[in-house]
Design a protein around this ligand. Sequence first.
Ligand SMILES: *Cc1c(COP(=O)(O)O)cnc(C)c1O
Length: 371
Amino acid sequence: MTVTSVPLLDLAAQFETIRDEATEAINEVVATHRYINGPAVGELERAVAEYSDCVAGVGVSSGTDALLCSLMALDIGPGDEVITTPYTFFATAGSIWRTGARPVFVDIEADTYNLDPTRLEAAVTDKTKAILPVHLFGQVAEMDAIMEIADRHDLAVVEDAAQSIGATYKGRRAGSMGTCGCFSFFPSKNLGGIGDGGLVVTTDEALGQRLAVVRAHGSKPKYFHKLVGGNFRLDTIQAAVVLVKLGHLEGWSEGRRKNAARYDELLAGLEPVQTPVIRQENSSIYNQYVIRAERRDELMAHLQQKKIGCVIYYPKSLHLQECFSELGHGEGDFPVSELASRQTLALPIYPELNDAQLQYVAQSVREFYGG
Ligand SMILES: *Cc1c(COP(=O)(O)O)cnc(C)c1O
């Protein structure tokens, strides 16, 4: 069968492979009416914590709320600074801002698009409370260097692992190296629910307990509040579905790695295109397969014309966003990030892609450059 289109993501194809298991899990939640704090929530928390080599897991309402709860549990607020990357999904810096703290940006590495640890220490001040590295596109940031600086300055490290559940760095799981790690179950993430959801993992039992308190309006015991939290609960139906999917995650990640290796091969030697750089110490889960391409916007138009789903992650660095104008940044402040936003393009990488589809995408890219 000739391929004439490839979507960026095919949620239906994946759901078909787990339809019976997932439907059964959903039906069970509905049958027991334990929509809030049902048994699947605790089961998922334990399972994701174990999968991520952590001791505690706290289910929350989204990846964004995983970040927000983490910062709240660490008592970060007005007057504090949190160092992060400007090249990420908005929620990373948005969560810092919402606590009243100031996001302090540090530019990225040109090849991995992750926070550049060689620029990190210069950004530390006596107001710095935490570092919030993002493991972008499925690859863990340079955690040894980040942790070394954090330890020396006594800073918390919140790993934004929304795109990287199961990824490893020197054999260690995303989320297990910092103070805590944040996952998202947004449907397009590698471990996605059938709605919003998220989870925080930590190797610190006491922080896990504090996160659980923050998640439920700061109450412990119920109706007694030592601090102000919020309603950041993960609902049981999401937990039940994500629990089913967790059993398939390793296989799906392997499928993505295979697809990435195939693209690497099919696009090799094409000079205007830089394929993803994965460091030797990393195993990526390829939440995205992001190329850096000459004449990116024209390439994108060409691929769209070939009915290939492709997206720009991210078209505007966070330091240039209007809502952060009072930080006083301008064009040129973080040039590596700004250049990436003009050159990168994500291609379809989901595990159910077949070889004909991969070839169609790669062929279409080559065709654009006249190859
Ligand atoms: C998806 C994502 C988030 C937010 O997750 P939601 O579940 O959509 O709230 C945060 N950070 C990064 C890097 C993400 O990709």
